[in-house]
Write a protein that binds this ligand. Sequence first.
Ligand SMILES: CC(C)(COP(=O)(O)OP(=O)(O)OC[C@H]1O[C@@H](n2cnc3c(N)ncnc32)[C@H](O)[C@@H]1OP(=O)(O)O)[C@@H](O)C(=O)NCCC(=O)NCCS
Ligand SMILES: *[C@@H]1O[C@H](CO)[C@@H](O)[C@H](O)[C@H]1NC(C)=O
Ligand SMILES: *[C@@H]1O[C@H](CO)[C@@H](O)[C@H](O)[C@H]1NC(C)=O
Ligand SMILES: *[C@@H]1O[C@H](CO)[C@@H](O)[C@H](O)[C@H]1NC(C)=O
Length: 526
Amino acid sequence: MTSLNFILQNIILCLDVDSCGYILSDLPLGLYSAACRRLSSASRCKQSITGLDISDRLSKFLSSQTNLYRLILRGKKLIRGKVDAVDFDSMIRISMANNGSANDDTTNQNSSPSDLLKNEAPIDELSREIQETLSVSQRHKFWETQPVGQFKDLRDSTLPEGPIEPPTPLSEVKQEPYNLPTPYEWVTCDINSEETCLEVYNLLSNNYVEDDENMFRFNYSKEFLRWALHPPGYFKTWHIGVRVKTSKKLVAFITGIPAKIRVNKDIVTMAEVNFLCVHKKLRSKRLAPVMIKEVTRRVHLENIWQAAYTAGVVLPTPITSCQYWHRSLNPKKLIDVGFSRLGPRMTMSRTMKLYKLPDSPLTPGFRKMELRDVPSVTRLLKAYLLQFIVAPDFDEIDVEHWIVPKEGVVDSFVVESQETHEVTDFCSFYSLPSSILGHPNHTNLKAAYSYYNVVTKTPLVQLMNDALIVAKQMDFDVFNALDVMHNEGFLKELKYGPGDGKLHYYLYNYRIKSMLKSSELGLVLL
Ligand SMILES: CC(C)(COP(=O)(O)OP(=O)(O)OC[C@H]1O[C@@H](n2cnc3c(N)ncnc32)[C@H](O)[C@@H]1OP(=O)(O)O)[C@@H](O)C(=O)NCCC(=O)NCCS
Ligand SMILES: *[C@@H]1O[C@H](CO)[C@@H](O)[C@H](O)[C@H]1NC(C)=O
Ligand SMILES: *[C@@H]1O[C@H](CO)[C@@H](O)[C@H](O)[C@H]1NC(C)=O
Ligand SMILES: *[C@@H]1O[C@H](CO)[C@@H](O)[C@H](O)[C@H]1NC(C)=O
């Protein structure tokens, strides 16, 4: 009963593939592949590691009770809120009761693997399984060729921080677009054109990101797309479409926008790459790598050599992995559409009472941000973002674009001191609805996403409670926030619940020394 194998198997069974990719960063290589096997979702399970001493490394790793304990805690954190069936607490007790060296580290090898694994032969078996799964076909055929952090380099602390490859002379950047399969052609999408914007909107609203269970799909509005793609200094050529030559139907899309991003002390001009989408009928044909290479080429033509992007999937290699949290504003609808579930021992009316909010904001001087607030909001934001390892470097022009309210797109509120009339705090959120797929009574889920929030006088919890109140007034169903920046300081207290969605952040052609905690990240991409 108190078997190590039992514990491991439970963890492996509970972890989803993406999380397993993530724990790779400081957990034994083999567990990840074993998890892939268990979940038998071979197609999504492409992470792999080269290395021949898996068995040795894995058993060494597990010979440390501390490591085992950490693994269990990590597993618990990763699936919190998702699986109740596994009694992690008793697993921890079991593993600790087995100890002998509860606070040892990898340096302490007093308890040998064979002590731990008495009466079991699973390690050899497990490692054989692992070896079998380590085939070339599971590698990232595309991403392994790109200047991005590679999984195999994760533990190599001798690699320097900064660009992975130096810039090449502009004359050496490929001048012609990459080849597409013959039925297709490249186009530059002019989002200012109502017609093109509608085509992009239609492509995305039918083919863009869905949740794992295919119940919801992002429904970015046209106004939102115009805002997201036309920041100061944007390049038209970075809004890239693929059309069918004969019918001119738009079937794929990818975009970049320029941004100054600070990494530790260095401010780097980057492209923020977003809205990668391939029509559902054209998936798995390796079109995405061509799209990514083409946007990269066009970014290089502007003498820019780095990029930042996010994805729900694990690729080589996240700089940090964040979790989404959700605050119900309209719990009945969220439960009706399957976004959330009625808690155990909860009734609908108790749930509605739990999430009820005051009718209007509580902080004196809380009001909608106006254009005249740009200088003070910029000052607040600049000072605030300095404390994060990776964060945008915003000036007033950026703030005017990104933070000043735009109806149905982005909303921002400031607190103006009643005495001095100074702006002391602000909060902001953007509007990204999702289509509800196949529900008889509801089609649209109105979601607000926390953007940038800064306090100097108002308690953060109070400010973010006011954000919830105004979002509720605006008829949003749910308020979402990532666990980035100081957000952990209000999530639990304001009754957010952890979601199962993860968002991994990446840099292209820029290595950082070690993975960030999500709270060390000061960047929100749309
Ligand atoms: C993401 C999407 C464009 C990928 O296209 P696809 O047809 O599934 O995959 P392809 O065969 O063209 O390419 C696969 C390669 O792209 C990579 N890839 C897949 N999704 C990716 C993403 N979101 N970002 C970067 N690379 C990605 C894969 O890892 C794989 O490369 P690898 O072999 O090195 O691992 C497509 O699935 C899609 O439109 N999905 C819905 C929208 C979406 O999720 N967009 C991404 C938002 S972050
Ligand atoms: C486990 O470790 C703790 C702390 O080192 C110790 O107090 C306890 O007795 C150990 N338990 C067993 C079963 O060895
Ligand atoms: C849709 O609404 C009808 C009428 O109110 C109700 O009977 C039905 O259960 C609802 N369907 C779902 C899936 O919520
Ligand atoms: C998507 O959003 C648009 C507004 O931008 C709205 O008109 C449409 O109904 C939404 N689609 C669905 C399926 O909810």
